[in-house]
Design a binder for this molecule. Sequence first.
Ligand code: XMP
Length: 507
Amino acid sequence: NVLILDFGSQYTQLIARRVRELNIFCEIKPYNKVPEDMSSYKAVILSGSPFSVRSEDAPHPDLSKIKGKIPLLGVCYGAQYLAHFNGGKVEPSNTREYGRARLTNIKSDEPFFYGIIGGSQVWMSHSDTIQELPENAVVLANTVDVKNAAYRIEGEDTYAIQFHPEVYHTSQGKIILQNFLVHIAGLEQTWTPDAFVETTVSELRKKVGSDKVILGLSGGVDSTVAAVLLHKAIGKNLHCIFVNNGLLRKNEFQEVLDQYEDMGLNVKGVDASARFLDALAGESDPEGKRKIIGKVFIDVFDDEAHLVKDAKWLAQGTIYPDVIESVSVTGGPSATIKSHHNVGGLPDFMKLKVVEPLKMLFKDEVRRVGASMKISGDRLGRHPFPGPGLAIRILGDITREKVAILQEVDAIFIDGLREWGLYDKVWQAGAMLLPVNSVGVMGDERTYEKCVALRAVESTDGMTADWVDLPYEFLQKTSNEIINKVPGVNRVVYDISSKPPATIEWE
Ligand code: XMP
């Protein structure tokens, strides 16, 4: 196990992803939460940081339990931190130290730099520089602007690099991480999806025993993979509940339910459309809609859960990015932009214990684990879809007619993306029903009907996104088909806003 201490860098999760890609398990913890017991950690990596080590309020954790005792790698701020507190000197740099640089004078006979070629490209992003190294340090490489680009401490397995090995632009970054973790720290690269399935299934069996477990399926990747893992472990004792909130895509409820049954899951489909749509009647406020949907979902789910006698556990498809404790670099709490209700956890009145088999996985790892359990690529490659569904894509109040219109429009758009081979090139796509009517002409008749906006974005995690440059021919064909086939719609527009400043959903 590898520990990554986070100093608030935007790249910390990327370090973890790279380590995991090497089939080595790792965890992220905030710099001020160094575990008391370090015995299970075979290596530690210090992340970068937006702070300067010279500043008073910068993170200055006590590393006495780590440095010199466990193999240690400092990255960027981590490298400066190791220099600053061990007799070196860190100062503001007067040359440009952002972006591409090339490693020179590499000590390639050192295990740390095995296989790294002279001139190898690295990515720099720092405004301080290490002017002087600690006395017992040995320089391992430099660049034109950075004389101490990599160093190690004599007599210890302590290494430090000024550049970021985790980013794509550091061409041999993964080899450097591998050298450190495998050659220096002696870790084995055995953490594969198959191994994860095997150990998780046996842990789940031990933890849950012959208890009954309840799980809410959403059709999404996370809950599906969590269900299949639990099903492997405890079979029919896993009781899945799949709720139709009436705000799903066209035919989605039946199709997905059929797929779940084909997978052998013990699943109950609950059509609660009317309960949701009645509760939503007249509500136009986006946050109001989310609250209503969240509440009705809990009510419906609770009713269903009570029907499973003697259930002891609630399983959730929580993944690692939802549970990583983040380091605040601004001091204040971050503003609530939208109240995503997935992370809220267990409602008080359901006194069940929680089991979260995917809690340590990143999204791409959830997909790989799913693939290793033979879940179809179609299900695993599915675009994200928001919990409140079409409710937050119908601007203004929600009616059954509007849901039906949007389902038709959405189906034409999404089926078209698949037919044109564009679906997998897009991270998320959908249609919005706008609360305006506009004038059109069909045949000889004047129309005054609804307008829909299509949105397709590229993203990696939904935090930032850019609109996708879909082929004009595709947009043209889709627009024609929507206007010709969906009564009540006479205008189609394409959303070309990036996030930020826009969001992916319109509400
Ligand atoms: P935004 O609109 O915030 O969306 O840019 C980012 C991602 O989150 C999804 N989203 C939600 N998911 N409940 C959810 O489960 C919500 O209330 C919600 N709002 C947005 C959105 O679809 C996108 O993938």
